[in-house]
Write a protein that binds this ligand. Structure first.
Ligand SMILES: [Zn+2]
Length: 194
């Protein structure tokens, strides 16, 4: 299990509105405490807890192709994870955005489900990278970097078959980490919206 002190020595959390901290921070802490203390951790993480408008601005800066924003454009989507990968196939850092516009009436389990879902996106990418590193060993630097970046890309178009398949794999990762109850709360909410 990861100690909070250790985790926050390589992770930063930004709140657009500090009044959100009272509710959100203990839920985030609870998720962090239950994470395994093994790779991909420690890895630099940045959490942004903010309105959809600010998150879209943040994602424009991270992803010049602007495809990451697609994931937060539908109003039902209130989280996003961007994973940065270097030429060795290691994760440099990840950025998780949690959109607060409609978060207040949601249950604690839903919010924790959302947090672990987004963290699981990064872990899912890390797992794929472990598999692919040996396949790409013989490639040149540039070719390797292109392929590694493709693994980290978040340009699945929302509501397509590929999108749901990836989301399912990410949720399975979160369940493996012991967050079955929280993922159920997240999925129930999506079922209500549809
Ligand atoms: Zn997702």
């Amino acid at each position: 299990m990861v100690s909070l002190e250790k985790f926050y020595s390589y992770t930063e959390v930004f709140y657009e509105d500090e009044s959100l901290k009272g509710r959100f921070q203990p839920l985030l802490d609870d998720v962090i405490k239950r994470l395994p203390d093994k790779p991909p951790f420690p890895v630099i993480g940045i959490f942004l807890i903010a309105s959809r408008a600010l998150v879209i601005e943040h994602l424009k800066g991270l992803d010049p192709r602007k495809k990451a924003q697609l994931d937060v454009t539908p109003e039902s989507r209130d989280g996003h994870c961007f994973t940065g990968i270097n030429e060795n196939g290691d994760i440099n850092e990840y950025h998780i955005s949690i959109i607060t516009d409609f978060l207040e009436p949601k249950s604690d389990d839903y919010i924790k489900g959302l947090i672990i879902h987004e963290i699981s996106h990064m872990i899912y990418v890390w797992r794929l990278l472990q598999k692919k590193k040996s396949d790409y060993a013989k490639l040149g630097r540039k070719a390797k970097q292109i392929r590694f970046n493709q693994i980290g890309q978040t340009d699945n178009i929302p509501e397509t078959k590929e999108y749901y398949e990836k989301e399912g794999s990410v949720n399975a990762e979160a369940v493996r980490l012991g967050f079955g109850k929280e993922i159920r709360a997240l999925e129930e909410e999506f079922a209500n919206i549809k």
